[in-house]
Design a protein around this ligand. Structure first.
Ligand code: IMP
Ligand code: MG
Length: 336
C-alpha cells in the first residue's frame, strides 16, 4: 500500500484537486493529509453538475472513507475552515494539527493593503504571507490556542505515520505549484513557502524514506496568476482564440496562459523527485479526446504530446485528464 504525494509542477492550478480525488478513490486512501501554504490555494472539483472549490479541506473529501487531515505546516483560517466543514458536511472525519499557524483578520488586511504583496507580488490576499511571517517571528497563534478548533485537533504526523506503518494507503495533497516556490520559483514573485514534494512531506510530518510515489501534475497549457516571469506565455488574444481562458478559483482573477514548457517541467520533475506524471487538459491539445476514459481512445496528436512530456522530463505519464469532470480520466499507473 503506497504513500503518495501529489504536487503541482508548474505555477499552481494544474488540476491537483481532481487528481487527488481520483487517486484517493482508486487507491482507497485511509488518510488524505493536506500540506502546502494555506487557504491561498483553491482546488476545484467537478462531479456531474456540482462544482466544489476547497481552500482548506483536502480535495479528497469526495472519497467518503478517508479521514481528512491538515498538516502542521499549513496555515489555517478558522473562518474558511468552519465554512467548508459546513458546506461539505465532513466535520466528523476532519482533523487538524494543533501546531498549524493561524491566519487572523489582521493578516488578511495587511496582505491586501501592503503594496509589495498586493501589487508587486500579486498575492491572493488571503493573509498567508503575513501569517507565515508572524510564525517565523514566533509570535503567531497556533491552532491549539483557538477554542473553536479544539474538537478537530490531533497529532496529524502521528496519525499519518501510524497509518503508513499499518500498510494503509496515505495520500499527501500538495498545494500551489513548483514555479511559485519560495526557494525554487522566481523570487520575489512566489508564495510564502517552498512548494516542492519534500516540503509537503515535512508539512504533514512524514520522512523522505516513507514516501513511495510522487505524482507531479502538469497541465498541457500551464497558467499563472499574479506577477512574475512566464517564458511560454501566450497573448490574451491567442488564449481566447484557443478557447482556453481561465479564472482563479480563489481570486477570480484571469489566469495568464502559456504553452507547454519542457525545460521547466524537467527541472520541476527533478526537484520534486517525480515518479509519475499526471497531465491535465489534453482535450485542449486535441478536442476530439474530450472526456475519453480509455488510453486506446487517445489520438496520435495527444500520444505525440505525451511522448514529448516523457522525453522532456524523463518520467512516465501515468494519469491523463481529458476534461473537467471527475470521470474524464485515464489511469495507467498499474501498467507502468
Ligand atoms: P500568496 O501565496 O497569496 O502570498 O501569493 C503569492 C503568489 O502566489 C501570487 O502570484 C499568487 O497568485 C500565487 N499563488 C498562491 N497560491 C496559489 C495557488 O494555489 N494557485 C496559483 N497561484 C497561487
Ligand atoms: Mg487553484
Amino acid at each position: 500500500m503506497p504513500s503518495t504525494i501529489v504536487v503541482g509542477g508548474f505555477f499552481g492550478d494544474e488540476g491537483k484537486g481532481k487528481i487527488v480525488a481520483h487517486i484517493a478513490q482508486k487507491d482507497e486512501a485511509t488518510i488524505i493529509a493536506r500540506g502546502g501554504v494555506g487557504p491561498n490555494a483553491g482546488h476545484t472539483i467537478n462531479v456531474l453538475n456540482e462544482k466544489y472549490v476547497v481552500r482548506m479541506i483536502p480535495s479528497g473529501f469526495l472519497y467518503p472513507k478517508a479521514e481528512l487531515m491538515i498538516g502542521s505546516g499549513v496555515l489555517v483560517d478558522p473562518r474558511v475552515f468552519a465554512h467548508e466543514l459546513d458546506i461539505l458536511k465532513c466535520a466528523g472525519r476532519t482533523k487538524i494539527d494543533g501546531r498549524c499557524g493561524i491566519i487572523e483578520e489582521a493578516h488578511i488586511s495587511l496582505d491586501k493593503k501592503d503594496p509589495h504583496l498586493s501589487k508587486t507580488v500579486g498575492s491572493t490576499g488571503s493573509g498567508c504571507g503575513p501569517a507565515n511571517s508572524d510564525r517565523v517571528m514566533r509570535k503567531g497563534r497556533l491552532a491549539r490556542d483557538i477554542p473553536e478548533l479544539a474538537p478537530y485537533i490531533t497529532d496529524v504526523a502521528q496519525n499519518v505515520n501510524d497509518a503508513i506503518e499499518n500498510g494503509e494507503s496515505v495520500l499527501i495533497e500538495g498545494t500551489q505549484g513548483f514555479g511559485i516556490s519560495l526557494y525554487y520559483g522566481n523570487y520575489p514573485f512566489v508564495t510564502s513557502k517552498d512548494t516542492s514534494a519534500s516540503q509537503m512531506a515535512a508539512d504533514v510530518g512524514v520522512g523522505p524514506t516513507n514516501i513511495d510515489d510522487v505524482v507531479v501534475v502538469f497541465k498541457a497549457f500551464p497558467t499563472r496568476v499574479g506577477e512574475g516571469p512566464f517564458p511560454t506565455e501566450l497573448t490574451h488574444e491567442e488564449s481566447i482564440t484557443l478557447g482556453i481562458q481561465e479564472f482563479g478559483a480563489v481570486t477570480h482573477r484571469e489566469r495568464r496562459i502559456g504553452t507547454w514548457d519542457g525545460k521547466m517541467a524537467r527541472y520541476s520533475a527533478m526537484i520534486n523527485g517525480c515518479t509519475t506524471i499526471a497531465i491535465t487538459g489534453v482535450d485542449h491539445v486535441d478536442e476530439s479526446v474530450f472526456g475519453a476514459t480509455e488510453y486506446a481512445k487517445l489520438t496520435p496528436k495527444v500520444l505525440a504530446f505525451i511522448d514529448q512530456i516523457e522525453t522532456d522530463t524523463g518520467k512516465p505519464v501515468g494519469i491523463i485528464s481529458t476534461g473537467p469532470d471527475q470521470s474524464h480520466i485515464i489511469d495507467i499507473r498499474s501498467e507502468l
